[in-house]
Design a protein around this ligand. Structure first.
Ligand code: PMP
Length: 405
């Protein structure tokens, strides 16, 4: 029987693809070494601490933790976030400056809902976090690349917001120096636009510390906060991604708009996981835990980079990232198309993420994001060797490249 003709999905869905799901599904196969995803090391998850915190959360916060809660989030955690950021920055943040979300991914989605109409301009750090591009795709924005060296105030004035990941960016791992942060803030203030500072990798500090957030530069000591910086934080790296707890710190007017959008999205996030996160963070456990796992990640990054120096350096170049989860590798002279290379990597059973998915124009096909947090140092080394073999086969299939290096 012929299948009935049913309505098509909305236009934005027809214009996108499930490439991310494909990468993640392939990377999840047991015979594949995945250098693709952005996941922490599962064996470092603080299972016992979470177990104890879950018990405390129920002992202390039931039934509130088991119900729908305030759209803005579990009040004790909102207060704790306001207090922490006040202590760190010198501002007087209150609960009115804080919205809790289901990970910072939800905050990106809500920002799209609140700020972007068809065709509106976003000035985004490029390459751009794939999840942000995904979140905003249904709103059909246009994009310009953020130039950290020369912020374009005229473009900012036309944009709904500027999007930046100054700490160990995804996908590049780049840490933006303080003078560029202050220069960007100055231009944002002069242009009158919003600045979204997305900061999931704050605690993934492998070499030294990143210094002040742009939010910290934007506050006035002891004063209520009403500035243009919309700061996104999360427990995904400091604790575990599965709690799905993130926070947005912003001017009260922006928090009110985002709250309206969130109400229409899910009524409220899980009060239970917010209560668990509260129990952990109130004791400072997230900070202790982050500091404790950093050496393991440093070892993994170093394993990746030293093995890559043995097997990939004829064709790719990279900088050792001072933090985060990824090494961003660029093909020397754009000799290797990484969308194409991916097919050879599949044959060798190793996964990475090609640069095209981080480019809002889709045209950059000469880079790859390589993750170093998920696998053991030995597995990472094996993955790099497989990648080396995939490159060899790719090069031998292209007569024009043979003998080039
Ligand atoms: N922003 C960036 C730059 C990310 O890399 C990620 C994912 N790691 C997120 C936001 C979303 O994080 P989560 O929803 O887990 O808080």
């Amino acid at each position: 029987m012929a299948s009935p003709k049913r309505p098509e999905p909305a236009r934005w869905l027809r214009a996108t693809n499930d490439i991310t799901q494909q990468f993640l599904a392939f990377g999840g196969r047991p015979d594949v070494v995945s250098l693709a995803g952005g996941l922490p090391a599962a064996e470092l998850y603080p299972v016992e601490a979470i177990q104890a915190a879950a018990k405390r959360a129920l002992d202390r916060h039931a039934p509130a933790a088991l119900e729908y809660g305030a759209v803005e989030g579990f009040p004790p955690l909102r207060r704790l976030i306001a207090e922490r950021f006040s202590a760190e920055t010198g501002a007087a943040f209150t609960e009115a400056n804080v919205l809790l979300t289901s990970g910072s991914m939800q905050a990106l989605d809500l920002l799209g809902k609140v700020l972007i109409d068809d065709g509106d301009l976003i000035v985004a750090q490029a390459p751009t976090y794939l999840g942000a591009l995904d979140a905003w795709r249904p709103r059909r924005p246009s994009y310009l690349a953020l130039d950290w060296k020369a912020p374009d105030e005229a473009a900012f004035a036309r944009a709904k917001f500027v999007y930046a990941v100054p700490n160990y960016s995804n996908p590049t791992g780049v840490l933006v120096p303080q003078d560029r942060r202050t220069a960007l803030l100055k231009s944002v203030l002069a242009s009158g636009t919003w600045l979204v500072e997305d900061d999931p990798y704050l605690t993934m500090q492998l070499d030294g510390s990143p210094g002040r957030s742009i939010l910290a530069h934007a506050v006035e000591r002891g004063r209520a906060y009403d500035g243009p910086v919309i700061y996104l934080g999360t427990v995904s790296k400091s604790l575990v991604p599965g709690l799905r707890v993130g926070w947005t710190i912003a001017a009260p007017e922006m928090i009110r708009s985002l709250t309206m959008a969130k109400q229409a999205t899910d009524l409220s996030s899980s009060m239970l996981t917010q209560a668990v996160a509260f129990e952990l963070m109130a004791e400072g456990f997230d900070r202790e835990h982050s500091a404790a796992i950093v050496p393991a990640y440093r070892e993994r990054r170093d394993a990746l980079c030293s093995e890559a120096a043995l097997h990939l350096k004829d064709w790719f170049e990279w900088e050792v990232p001072p933090g985060g989860m990824f090494v961003w590798m660029r093909s020397k002279g754009n000799a290797i198309d990484t969308d194409e290379l991916y097919r050879f990597a599949v044959e060798e059973k190793v996964a990475f993420v090609p640069s095209s998915v981080f480019d809002f124009t889709g045209r950059d096909r000469y880079g790859m994001r390589v993750n170093f947090t998920r696998s053991s140092p030995e597995t990472i080394r094996e993955g790099v060797r497989r990648l080396g073999r995939a490159i060899d086969t790719y090069v031998s299939s292209r007569p024009q490249l043979k003998g080039q290096r």
